[in-house]
Write a protein of this length. Structure first.
Length: 535
């Protein structure tokens, strides 16, 4: 069994935990093997609840066998060490096994959300140079469109005979149960996950195998000293996002605890039933999910929940009180980003929660606020920064050496977020230093939405900003200048929204769209988003 990284016996206060913490990252480490091979083979690893409520359970022994077989099958179709392999599939046994198999053979997993349309997929697959895409049948059509003209092979989950594709079940059936595991170092690449920025296309953050270990201190503390006997984890967050993958799935497996998959669109009543019936003890619930549950008035005294983590935006004192009264649990909020995740947060049993704050720097991570001169400040607004080296940090941006250099200032990784540290060491989020939009926990780069809108033949110019929304945190608001001859009416608005929905993703659709004659610009020609937010 893999060991905890937080030693509670060394202290019972925050200062004692920080003072006694030491990183112990092994020189050789492989996520795939650590999350399957070394765990008790008879223990339950995954519980899948299908749309009809039928339950299928998988053990860690089955994870080992299936990932070994798939690893051999992927090698047989040409996947080699270092190759990027896209995964476009929802939470499922196939998605989890695909991750483990790719790590074991030294390939680089490229998780991609099922929400993405063909344009969003195509950019990421092309930019990463992915050689293979593993996808589910419901995503196959757009994956085929996204890969048109690109070199690569497509593996479809499930059984099938359609020519032109490889089939997941065939690869698993035909592959040997004995796998020649690649001896990866802790610093070897493991997965590549794209994050949005305000200008230009999304950037790929390349993470090493050690990244899993870097997540563990926060994971243990967010979930009140995970793991405990009987712990079962669940999140509605897609495993294609770092929140679903690293705030739930892989750390739970690392500690030998089962994860629940609910194959159902998120619905508050359904979520409450799942939490109750599967006796889930720990859950990552993004703010949007919690707000939807509160709005629906869900409440239960039959839950087994003992710890809930949430992050992405402050919940506020009213939401924390509601959760304690209706879900029977005090939520631990936290903070991180794709490049450096789970670095700040709370553990209510060890240090007091200050509603509205992000919490305190998690042991093992040195997080401060820097002013414009790069000097640490307390009580003033500045940029949140994290000291390197740190095992949770990305290796680099994919093919973006200049962007990688700009991410650092000396020994500090710059988050791009403005914050404030109070006299007690609690950190408070203020705003982004750029214009990234955070909606439903997803980070949306306005540049990608603008590029999609500009692809519509009626659009002459456009600009995108984020505006507040009670449930989603923020929503996308687009200002569009139409070409002559096109009507500024509801039909055109719906057409543009449909265009973005089918080319990018549903969460990137402008929920507010304003037709405008001219965009406000600076003297150098840059769009003045600050003015647009007030329109």
């Amino acid at each position: 069994m893999n060991p905890r990284v937080i030693d509670r016996s060394s202290g019972s206060t925050y200062d004692e935990l920080v003072g006694s913490f030491r990183w112990n990252v092994p020189r050789r480490f492989n996520i795939g093997s650590a999350c399957s091979d070394v765990l008790p083979p008879a223990d339950i690893a995954l519980v899948v609840v299908d749309p009809l409520g039928r339950i299928t359970r998988y053990t860690f022994g089955e994870l080992t066998t299936m990932s070994n077989r798939l690893g051999n099958g992927l090698r047989a179709i040409g996947v080699e060490r270092g190759d990027r392999v896209g995964i476009v599939a929802p939470q499922s046994i196939e998605t989890g096994v695909a991750h483990l198999a790719l790590y074991k053979i030294g390939a680089v997993a490229l998780p991609l959300a099922s929400l993405f349309g063909p344009d969003a997929l195509r950019y990421r697959l092309s930019d990463s140079g992915a050689r293979v895409v593993i996808t589910s049948p419901e995503n196959l059509e757009k994956v085929v469109e996204a890969t048109d003209g690109l070199e690569g092979k497509i593996v479809v989950t499930g059984p099938g005979t359609q020519p032109g594709f490889f089939w997941f079940d065939d690869l698993v059936r035909d592959g040997s149960t004995t796998l020649d595991l690649v001896d990866t170092s802790a610093d070897d690449p493991a997965y590549l996950i794209y994050t949005s920025g305000t200008t230009g296309p999304p950037k790929g953050a390349l993470h090493a195998h050690r990244n899993l270990i870097g997540h563990l201190p926060a994971f243990e503390l967010y979930y009140e000293y995970f793991p405990r006997d009987g712990d079962v984890h669940w999140t509605p967050a897609d495993w294609a996002w770092i929140g679903g993958l690293m705030d739930s799935l892989l750390p739970s497996w690392y500690f030998g605890r089962p994860v629940v998959v609910g194959q159902h669109d998120f619905d508050p009543e359904w979520a409450l039933d799942l939490l109750t019936e599967q006796r889930i003890t720990c859950s990552f619930l993004p703010p949007t999910a919690l707000k939807m549950m509160r709005a629906a008035g869900v409440s239960s005294r039959d839950l087994q929940l003992r710890a809930v983590f949430s992050g992405g935006e402050p919940l506020g004192e009213e939401m924390l009180v509601w959760a304690e009264e209706n879900l029977g649990v005090l939520i631990n909020e936290g903070y991180g980003q794709t490049e450096a995740n789970l670095i700040v947060g709370n553990c209510a049993s060890t240090w007091p929660v200050k509603p509205g704050s992000m919490g305190r720097a998690i042991p093992g991570h040195d997080v401060v606020v820097l002013d414009e001169d790069g000097t640490r400040v307390v009580g003033e607004v500045g940029e949140l920064a994290v000291r390197r080296p740190d095992p949770v940090f990305m290796l680099r941006y994919w093919n973006r050496p200049e962007a990688t250099r700009e991410k650092y200032s000396g020994d500090w990784l710059l988050t791009g977020d403005l914050g404030r540290e109070d006299d007690d060491g609690y950190l408070w989020f203020v705003s982004r230093t750029d214009d990234v939009i955070t909606s439903m926990g997803y980070r949306i780069g306005p540049g990608e939405v603008e590029e999609s809108l500009m692809g519509h033949p009626a659009v002459a110019n456009c600009a995108v900003v984020g505006v507040p929304d009670e449930i989603r945190g923020q929503v996308v608001k687009a200002f569009v200048v139409l070409k002559a001859g096109h009507a500024e009416d509801d039909e055109m608005m719906a057409e543009l929204q449909h265009h973005v929905r089918t080319r990018l993703a549903a969460h990137e659709v402008p929920r507010q769209l304003v037709f405008i004659d001219e965009l406000p610009r600076t003297t150098t020609g840059k769009t003045m988003r600050r003015l647009l937010r007030d329109l």
